[in-house]
Design a protein around this ligand. Sequence first.
Ligand code: CA
Ligand code: CA
Ligand code: CA
Length: 173
Amino acid sequence: MEQNSLTVLNGVHFTARYSRLGVQCFPMMYVAVHQELWISTTVLGVLLSSQGWKYFCSSLYYVSSTRKTWQKSRNDCLSRGADLMIIDSREEQDFLRRLSKEMWIGLTDGAQEGTWRWVDGTLLNTSYWIPGQPDNNDKGKEENCAEIHICGSWNDKSCGLQNHWICEKKVAP
Ligand SMILES: [Ca+2]
Ligand SMILES: [Ca+2]
Ligand SMILES: [Ca+2]
C-alpha cells in the first residue's frame, strides 16, 4: 500500500491509499475522509465528478467551464492543489484528445523562445503538435503558450488570450 495526500474537494482533505492491480491505468484506490470514513473508487468517482474532476491513469483532471488567460488558468489549477496538465504518455494524450475541447495545457516557451518546458520545469520530449505548429505567430505577435486544439493536436497561442484549461493532479507516483 502506498499513500498519497490528496486535496481535491473544497475544504476536505483526503488521504488516498492504493495498490496496483497489475493493469497500469487502474490502481485500486480507497480514500479516507478525515482518516475515518473509507470509501471505494466508485464512490470517490461520483464525489469527484460532482466537483468537476475526472480520474484517469493515476491522475485527476479538472476541465474548466470558463475561459481565462494561460497564467490565470494556471493560477486556478494551483489554487486547486493541481497544475496545468503535463502530457507524459501516449495514453494521456489520447485521453486528452477524446475530451474534444480547446484548452490550455501546462507547456510554455515563455522563458526562452523555442525551448518548450512543462510547468514542472522539464523539457518537452515527445510532442503532438499540429503540422506547421508551433509557429510563434499571432499576426506578428509571439505565441508562447500551448493549447490542445479541437482536432486533438497542439498549437502555440498567445498567452493573453482567453481559453478553457485543464488541470492535473497526480494521485499516484
Ligand atoms: Ca500527466
Ligand atoms: Ca513562442
Ligand atoms: Ca500557433
